[in-house]
Design a protein around this ligand. Structure first.
Ligand SMILES: Nc1ncnc2c1ncn2[C@@H]1O[C@H](COP(=O)(O)OP(=O)(O)OP(=O)(O)O)[C@@H](O)[C@H]1O
Ligand SMILES: [Mg+2]
Length: 299
């Protein structure tokens, strides 16, 4: 991820998007656990930090807003009380300043700030709670905001307003956003980079405009063809269903559903290949097409 930029993480239901977000914050619910890899922020591997250091990272450096904001708030506290308590746990602010910040962010997100501040979570609509959760995350000025389907439940007008606000925030506050969604249109509205995840692995990554215009991985192609915003009137659902992530097939995880799968796809996991500057694809077929093109050009 780059500072001041938004990376969309897209993929169908069950691809492992939420688990990725939870892993970045080290809050994977047991018995799940992180068995490998690194989470590098600046030059630190977050997986190696002590518990207390990691507690400070959460909220201040990495903030996560879930799809279901009911679980974000304490049910027996007012939304305002909860937000102020959270801000004060991370920052020492003069009396009343946390409240002022919260009210300002709520109003920016189109909420009737005073009423929402005084309400209990159950008294608000899902869309209001969702925006209150976003306001709380933004109050802490995180360096990276992770939104996991956080705008999906909003109606279209509100969603546009919130996406516009997030985009403005990116530019004004040097924040970065990891925008997790299966709503490709929402991703296109806010992100400049995109990563496509299938069965827990990134299969394609690059500039969003380029990837959406000319998807290279067969899964990205199928995902775009199955979305109404991209193929109105000619929708083609992806055949089959995603694999069980605990029982992945050998070779490329997508081969059982891939219309173009060849012999090598069944036996070897494809490596990520840089096909253009910043554009990466993990597919044997794309790799051999590039190699063939290179050989033809050389001859
Ligand atoms: N790397 C992994 N290894 C084993 N199981 C995994 C892994 N990643 C995710 N899972 C499991 O796969 C299931 C789906 O994962 P997850 O909830 O992250 O999907 P998602 O992409 O967020 O789907 P949705 O769009 O429906 O929210 C979960 O039960 C999760 O525990
Ligand atoms: Mg999810």
């Amino acid at each position: 991820m780059k500072e001041g930029r938004c990376l969309a993480l897209i993929g169908e239901s069950g691809a492992g998007k939420s688990i990725t977000a939870l892993s970045l914050l080290r809050i994977v619910p047991p018995p799940g656990k992180i068995t490998g890899g690194e989470v590098i922020l600046d030059n630190r591997d977050l997986l190696k930090l002590g518990k207390e250091e990691m507690r400070l990272v959460r909220g201040e450096e990495l903030a996560l807003v879930f799809q279901d904001s009911l679980s974000t708030f304490n049910p027996v506290r007012t939304v305002g009380g909860h937000i102020c308590e959270t801000i004060n746990a991370h920052r020492r602010l003069p009396n009343g300043q946390a409240k002022e910040m919260a009210l300002e962010k709520m109003a920016d997100l189109g909420l009737p700030a005073g009423r929402v501040f005084r309400s209990f979570p159950f008294q608000l609509s899902g869309g209001m709670r969702q925006r209150a959760a976003l306001a709380m995350a933004l109050c802490l000025h995180p360096r990276i905001l992770i939104t996991d389907e956080a705008t999906t439940s909003l109606d279209v007008t509100l969603q546009a307003q919130v996406l516009h606000y997030l985009k403005k925030h990116l530019e004004d506050c040097c924040m970065s956003i990891l925008f997790i969604t299966h709503d490709l249109a929402a991703a296109a509205a806010v992100a400049d980079q995109v990563a496509v995840i299938y069965a827990g692995r990134i299969v394609e990554k690059g500039q969003l405009k380029k990837v959406f215009k000319q998807p290279l991985h067969p899964y990205t192609q199928a995902l775009l063809r199955s979305h109404p915003s991209f193929c109105p009137g000619t929708l083609k659902p992806i055949q089959g269903s995603p694999p069980d992530l605990a029982l992945l097939p050998e070779g490329c995880s997508f081969y059982p559903r891939c219309p173009e799968a060849a012999g090598i796809c069944l036996s070897r996991v494809p490596e990520m290949l840089e096909v253009d500057s910043g554009r990466q694809v993990a597919c044997h077929l794309v790799k051999s097409a590039i190699l063939t093109k290179g050989e033809i050009a050389a001859s």
